[in-house]
Design a protein around this ligand. Structure first.
Ligand SMILES: Nc1ncnc2c1ncn2[C@@H]1O[C@H](COP(=O)(O)OP(=O)(O)OP(=O)(O)O)[C@@H](O)[C@H]1O
Ligand SMILES: [Mg+2]
Length: 254
């Protein structure tokens, strides 16, 4: 199996970067060889989840034709490799997104799975990223205003021939204002493949520059992400009988 999965959303701030980082670590914990790539060239943040900020060679350099992709791949905590986007505005002016597809294909040949952290919105950079990816997982928060942008992103991906693997609901609280799984599925006409609870410990992990899955492996969000990873690759994994399992079971039944 060789996948290049874009983790997208449409609306900003739904947890794309958080999920890319931690789904990658979860997949690596199941023995998968994973590369994570930050395609958010304007406001990159994937590297912050791994304490990898300030790397010399980044995706911006590769897209500007100044470096080979091999030089922009870094070993990261959790057994994954990461391609940071780079933060230099000067370099950003020089990038040419036309080679994104070739870069993704090259990375795909170096790993079993490539996960791509997609920028928010539906601008040219997002379209180029979706076009260069083979699959899409859409991350939504369970609130109605997030739905139109998500729907649009799904349509764009489909038009580009990118396979939509499904929707992940992040930051679920199960309060009365959250959309239910069924409502999200009805609105987006896609299957919900994972539910990640709102987890107060995420803040601490992000501040520490360590992936949440390593910093708080038994926390609600970590267990839910492990389950999503297992389901994606067809590995047997049950969330331990716990509050998290009851939470997700309840969310399923609503
Ligand atoms: N399950 C969760 N529980 C608590 N906080 C979370 C959870 N998921 C994400 N967050 C927090 O939500 C914020 C947004 O997450 P993140 O940066 O991953 O979103 P994003 O979709 O990548 O945003 P952008 O569109 O700006 O790239 C971050 O502060 C992150 O720590
Ligand atoms: Mg992001």
């Amino acid at each position: 199996m060789s996948l290049s999965i874009a983790i997208g959303s449409g609306k900003g701030g739904t947890g794309k970067t958080f999920l890319t980082a931690n789904l990658g670590v979860a997949l690596a914990s199941f023995g998968r060889n994973v590369i994570l790539l930050d395609a958010d060239l304007e406001l990159p943040s994937l590297e912050l989840h791994f304490g990898l900020e300030g790397m010399k060679v980044t995706l911006s350099d590769v897209l500007a034709g100044r470096a080979e992709i091999d030089k922009a791949i870094y070993n990261a905590p959790g057994g994954v490799r990461v391609v940071p986007a780079g933060i230099s505005l000067y370099k950003l002016r020089k990038v040419d997104l036309a080679s994104l597809g070739d870069i993704f294909e090259e990375l795909r040949s170096k790993a079993e799975m490539l996960l791509i952290d997609v920028p928010p919105g539906i601008g040219g950079d997002v379209v180029a990223t979706l076009a260069a990816s083979r699959q899409l997982i859409l991350v939504v928060i369970p609130s109605f205003p997030a739905m139109p942008a998500s729907f649009k992103t799904i349509q764009v991906a489909k038009n580009l021939g990118t396979e939509v693997l499904g929707v992940v609901i992040n930051r679920a609280t199960m309060d009365e204002y959250d959309l239910t799984i069924r409502e999200v599925e009805d609105i987006l006409e896609q299957k919900v493949i994972g539910v990640i609870p709102e987890d107060p410990l995420v803040k601490r992990s992000v501040a520490s520059g360590t992936p949440h899955l390593l910093e708080a492996p038994d926390s609600p969000a970590s267990l839910a992400i492990k389950k999503l990873a297992a389901d994606l690759i067809g590995v047997e994994y049950e969330i331990p009988q716990s509050r998290v399992k009851r939470f997700i079971d309840r969310m399923m039944r609503r």
